[in-house]
Write a protein that binds this ligand. Structure first.
Ligand code: B12
Ligand code: SF4
Length: 478
């Protein structure tokens, strides 16, 4: 067997320094892929961390490898294509994987700098490709041969996620990775989601399936996280979908005392949290400090039109439950939900504060390839039929569609307004953090003191300013 030299690249964050200075996560997909081929030499280049690469330096780097593999979200396609062009210029084969090429495989037909794409889960396909197996026999692979593109049949999902090798955490430097300046790492415990939210890529990528690693495997994976990491982000899109499993993970976190070593953040659904007070209590005891929840909107009709599938009566219950248990709520919202006007969106901004959310993040409605929303948007003319992601410089941060009620400019204006309304409202912040602060009054929030020094050292104002910067960068870059 020939030992190959492979370079796996994570392209830079399209929003530039603002967002990257607040959060920087390890490139888990690439660490996983590297774990499948210990027989080859794999290097990882995370361009969010190493910003010293110009064209010349990149060319010199690429020359040292037999193959370059790049992860690709829609927002990074332009960058990925540029990297592939550079690699092809010096004769290095290119391989691209991730959400964008999976949900728009025709990207290989349109971009002749891309030699191969891996559709769907990459681990087995990548290993087979490097083993020298004939390309035409590799499921999930699309490739170019003699100027013609072939799309092999798709690969079935991996049945048992416990059989995946561990991510090669040793291939990157731990230090740059942080969430709000707390040394952080990512861990994946399940794949997919069974819900049908219209705008979501995850239910399309995983065809509404849901598979899990066993709680025992999750614990083993946590033991492999590099020393000094304090915060673990479970990247699963719906961590709490199987309550029994969550309860078992919690038991093990307490038993192994990993809840003393780490604090945990996960993504979950509003209704799952509201409906399961015993689970939230157990998660608090196990070290969970923040839930990242996709509220999307506080208008029921808009939620219904987006197939979000939760009802607004759950919101206050969910947030109170989290706060009673010392868990912060990071709310994520879509600006431009179908069926929402400017005034209705502004009502949502007010409710973000009335409901006492701890952090918010807003994203413009985006027609990601393959989603139900995109099909509807094309049909109704809310987006160009032949939208070229490779031409979009600032990713989806700049609105690229309109809705029946909002123009792209309205969406852009509302995005900036959302951050100002939440993070620049001094009265709200003083009331929240000083006068009525659960951080002082609720003993379950004692954990925040551990991080208070770092947070204040970097400065809450600096944090707010950086959020403003995200808004500026996101909308001013073209
Ligand atoms: C964690 C995360 C982040 C982290 C970054 C993590 C990192 N450094 O890797 C943060 C918070 C920074 C982030 C930011 C953003 N994210 Co994000 N993120 C995720 C999340 C929740 C998990 C990613 C992950 O680690 N998964 C686990 C790994 C193992 O799976 P994977 O990445 O899919 O990789 C597998 C395959 O795709 C494939 N593969 C992937 N890359 C490659 C490369 C090669 C060469 C090969 C062969 C195979 C391959 O093989 C892997 C193993 O099976 C996903 C949702 C999801 N379920 O994946 C969203 C997701 C990927 N993010 C998304 C988006 C939109 C963004 C943002 C644009 C959001 C925003 N407005 O800020 C930014 C842009 C970031 C950027 N760099 O451009 C979308 C992407 C949609 C799309 N069509 O592009 C997703 C799908 C969320 C969603 N529900 O829509 N994100
Ligand atoms: S619940 Fe979350 S991950 Fe599941 S389909 Fe809806 S948005 Fe996607």
């Amino acid at each position: 067997m020939i030992k190959l030299k492979i370079l796996l690249i994570y392209p830079p964050f399209p929003f530039g320094r603002g967002m990257a200075s607040i959060m920087c996560s390890p490139p888990l997909a690439l660490l996983n892929l590297a774990g499948t081929v210990p027989e080859h030499n794999v290097d990882i280049l995370d361009l969010n961390v190493d910003k010293s690469y110009g064209i010349k330096k990149m060319e010199e780097k690429l020359r040292k490898y037999d193959l370059v593999g790049i992860t690709c979200m829609s927002a990074t396609l332009r960058m990925v294509v540029n990297l592939c062009k550079l690699a092809k210029k010096i004769g290095i084969p290119t391989l691209v994987g991730g959400f964008h090429p999976t949900l728009d495989p025709n990207v290989i037909d349109k971009q002749d700098s891309i030699d191969m794409i891996v559709r769907g889960e990459g681990e087995i396909t990548f290993k087979e490709l490097l083993s020298g197996k004939p390309k035409k026999e590799i499921l999930g692979l699309s490739y170019r041969e003699n100027g013609k593109v072939y799309h092999n049949p798709e690969r079935p999902f991996i049945k048992n996620l416990d059989e995946l090798p561990f991510p090669r955490n040793d291939l990157v430097n731990r230090k740059p990775y942080q969430y709000l300046w707390i040394p952080a790492w990512n861990c994946e415990t399940s794949r997919g989601c069974t819900f049908t939210c219209k705008f979501c890529c995850v239910n399309q990528f995983y065809k509404r399936s849901y598979r899990t690693k066993t709680p025992e495997r999750v614990i083993k994976e946590l033991y492999q996280i590099p020393p000094k990491v304090k915060l673990v982000f479970f990247v699963d899109d719906n961590f709490t979908l199987n309550k029994k499993r969550v309860m078992r993970i919690c038991k093990l976190l307490q038993k192994t005392r990993l809840n003393k070593k780490f604090v945990f953040v996960c993504q979950a659904r509003v209704d799952d949290i509201a409906n399961n007070p015993d689970m939230v209590e157990e998660m608090h005891k196990s070290g969970f400090i923040c839930f990242f929840l996709g509220f999307e909107s506080f208008k029921q009709m808009a939620l219904n039109r987006m197939n979000k599938g939760y009802s607004l009566d759950k919101v206050q219950k969910c947030i109170n439950l989290c706060h009673d248990n010392g868990i912060m709520v990071f709310g994520s919202f879509i600006i431009g939900n179908i069926g929402e006007t400017k005034e209705e969106t502004r009502k949502t901004f007010k409710l973000m504060k009335d409901f006492n959310l701890d952090f918010i993040m807003t994203m413009p409605i985006t027609p990601f390839p393959g989603t139900e929303l995109t099909a509807e948007a094309i049909e109704k003319g809310w987006v160009e039929k032949d939208l070229k992601w490779e031409n979009i410089k600032s990713g989806e941060s700049k609105p690229i569609m309109h809705t029946p009620d909002l123009t792209a400019d309205d969406i852009q204006e509302l995005l900036s307004e959302s951050y100002r309304s939440f993070y620049n409202d001094t009265k709200f912040l003083i009331r929240k953090y000083l006068l009525k602060s659960q951080f002082f009054s609720n003993p379950n929030f004692k954990w925040t003191r551990k991080f208070a020094y770092k947070f204040f050292k970097n400065g809450i104002t600096k944090f707010v300013m950086r959020l403003d910067k995200i808004v500026d960068e996101a909308y001013l870059t073209t």
